[in-house]
Design a protein around this ligand. Structure first.
Ligand SMILES: [Zn+2]
Length: 403
C-alpha cells in the first residue's frame, strides 16, 4: 500500500474512493443493517448506538491522515463495540497486511471465514484476502492452495487466476501456469499467445536442465506454434539441436533468427562464444559467422562477433568487427578494451595507448543494455518478462542513438 491507496475487496482504492466505498457502503449500511436485525442476545446492547460507527469513521480519518497505527486502534475499538460489521474486519485485515503484520491479518480473515452468518460473497473475498496475506508473508504454497480454492468456488474470478498464475511462475510450476494463462486469456478475452509461448519455453528449459532433450524440443515446437516470433524459443531450439549434436540444424535455426530479427543477434553470438568448436564443426561455424557478418548488426552483436572470430584466430575479421562496433557506439568500453588488448599483443603500442586513452575518455556511468518499452526499467541482462511492470516481451535492446 502506498500513501494514498488501500486494498479493499481485492481492488485498489484511492483515499476518496475508499471513503465512499468503505465508509458509506460498508459503515453506514453495515451499521444500519446490524441495527435493523433483531438481536438474539438482548443482553448485548451497545452503550451508545453510534459509538461503533464513530470509531469506524475515526479509523477512516486516520487512514486519510496516513496514520495506520491509530486507524488500527480505532477499527479495533469499533469491532469491540459492535463485532458484527464485517467491513471493519476487512479494513483491519488490509491494514495489518499493509503494515506487514501478516499473522494478525491472517487471523482476521480466518475469523471471518468461520463466522456463521457471513454471506458467501464476503467469505469468498475473505478467502481471497487470506491468499493475498499468505503471498505477502512468503507462504507461497499456502497462498497457491488458497487461490486454488477461490477459483474452485468462483471459476470466473479473473483476479484470482492472475494472482495464482503469477505464483506458479514464481515457483516455476510452468504447466499449471500455462493452464491458468489459458483461462486468463478466455476470461479476459485477450490474445496472450506470446505469454503462452514463453511459458512453454520455460517448461522446455526445465526439461533441458534435466537432460530431457526430446521433451524440451516438443515444448519448444509448441511454443513456436503459439508464437513464431518467440526469440527465446528459437534460441533454445537451436541449443537443443546443438546438444543433440545436430550442429547444422542448430546453426540454421540461429541463422534464421538473426536474419529475421537482427536486434537479437548478440544473444545468438554470445551463446556461440561459449561453445567449444570441435574441429569437425569449425568450418561450419566460421561460415555461419561470416554470413552473420553481412547482416545489419548492432554494436553489441559486432562485439560478440569479434570475440567469436578471435577465438578462431581470425584476428583481422575480429578487428574489423570491433572497429565497426565502435563506430556505432564509441562508448562501448568492452569493445575498446578488447581492441586495445589485441593491438598491445601485436606490439602496436602507440595505437593501443590511443585506444586506452579513448577508453578513459568514454568512461562514465555505464548505460544499461536493455530497456522496457512499457515502463522504462533498465537492465544489463535480457529478461523476457519485465520485473517492474510484469509485461512479457517489452524489454528490448537499447538503440545506439539512446532511446
Ligand atoms: Zn516494464
Amino acid at each position: 500500500m502506498d500513501e494514498v491507496t488501500l486494498h479493499i475487496w481485492g481492488m485498489e482504492f484511492n483515499v476518496v474512493a475508499l471513503l465512499v466505498a468503505v465508509a458509506v457502503l460498508g459503515g453506514i449500511a453495515g451499521y444500519f443493517i446490524s441495527r435493523l436485525r433483531p438481536r438474539k442476545d438482548s443482553s448485548h446492547q451497545p452503550s451508545n448506538p453510534s459509538e461503533d460507527y464513530t470509531a469506524f469513521l475515526e479509523g477512516i480519518h486516520y487512514i486519510l491522515a496516513n496514520d495506520r497505527d491509530q486507524a488500527i486502534e480505532a477499527f479495533t475499538r469499533a469491532v469491540q463495540i459492535n463485532s458484527e460489521t464485517i467491513e471493519t474486519y476487512v479494513a483491519l485485515g488490509n491494514l495489518f497486511r499493509a503494515k506487514g503484520e501478516i499473522d494478525r491479518a491472517i487471523r482476521i480473515r480466518q475469523s471471518i471465514l468461520i463466522r456463521q452468518k457471513v454471506d458467501p460473497t464476503t467469505k469468498l473475498q475473505a478467502l481471497f484476502d487470506l491468499a493475498m496475506d499468505y503471498k505477502q508473508g512468503g507462504f507461497l504454497q499456502r497462498a497457491a492452495f488458497t487461490f486454488e480454492e477461490v477459483i474452485r468456488r468462483a471459476p470466473k474470478r479473473l483476479d484470482a487466476y492472475v494472482e495464482l498464475e503469477a505464483l506458479y511462475e514464481a515457483t516455476r510450476e510452468w504447466q499449471r501456469a500455462y493452464e491458468l494463462q489459458r483461462e486468463i486469456s478466455k476470461l479476459s478475452n485477450t490474445n496472450n499467445q506470446h505469454v503462452l509461448a514463453h511459458l512453454r519455453t520455460e517448461q522446455a528449459k526445465t526439461e533441458m536442465n534435466s537432460g530431457n532433450l526430446d521433451s524440451a524440443k516438443g515444448y519448444l515446437k509448441k511454443a513456436l506454434s503459439l508464437d513464431s516470433r518467440c526469440v527465446d524459443a528459437h534460441l533454445h531450439l537451436g541449443e537443443v539441436y546443438w546438444l543433440k549434436n545436430r550442429k547444422k540444424k542448430a546453426l540454421s535455426i540461429w541463422r534464421e533468427l538473426v536474419r529475421s530479427n537482427s536486434q537479437w543477434a548478440h544473444l545468438v553470438l554470445t551463446r556461440l562464444e561459449e561453445k567449444d568448436g570441435k574441429p569437425a564443426d569449425e568450418g561450419r561455424i566460421v561460415n555461419f559467422l561470416e554470413n552473420v557478418d553481412g547482416e545489419n548488426l548492432d554494436a553489441s552483436a559486432r562485439l560478440a562477433l569479434a570475440r567469436c572470430f578471435m577465438q578462431r584466430d581470425l584476428k583481422e575479421k575480429s578487428l574489423a568487427a570491433l572497429r565497426l562496433a565502435l563506430e556505432m557506439e564509441p562508448d562501448l568500453g568492452e569493445a575498446r578494451k578488447m581492441l586495445g588488448d589485441i593491438l598491445l599483443e601485436d606490439g602496436d603500442g602507440e595505437d593501443a595507448i590511443n585506444e586506452y586513452r579513448e577508453l578513459l575518455s568514454h568512461l562514465g556511468p555505464s548505460r544499461k543494455r536493455y530497456r522496457c518499452q512499457k515502463c522504462g526499467w533498465e537492465t544489463d541482462k535480457i529478461l523476457w518478462k519485465c520485473p517492474a511492470c510484469h509485461n512479457w516481451d517489452t524489454v528490448q535492446p537499447r538503440k545506439t542513438s539512446g532511446d
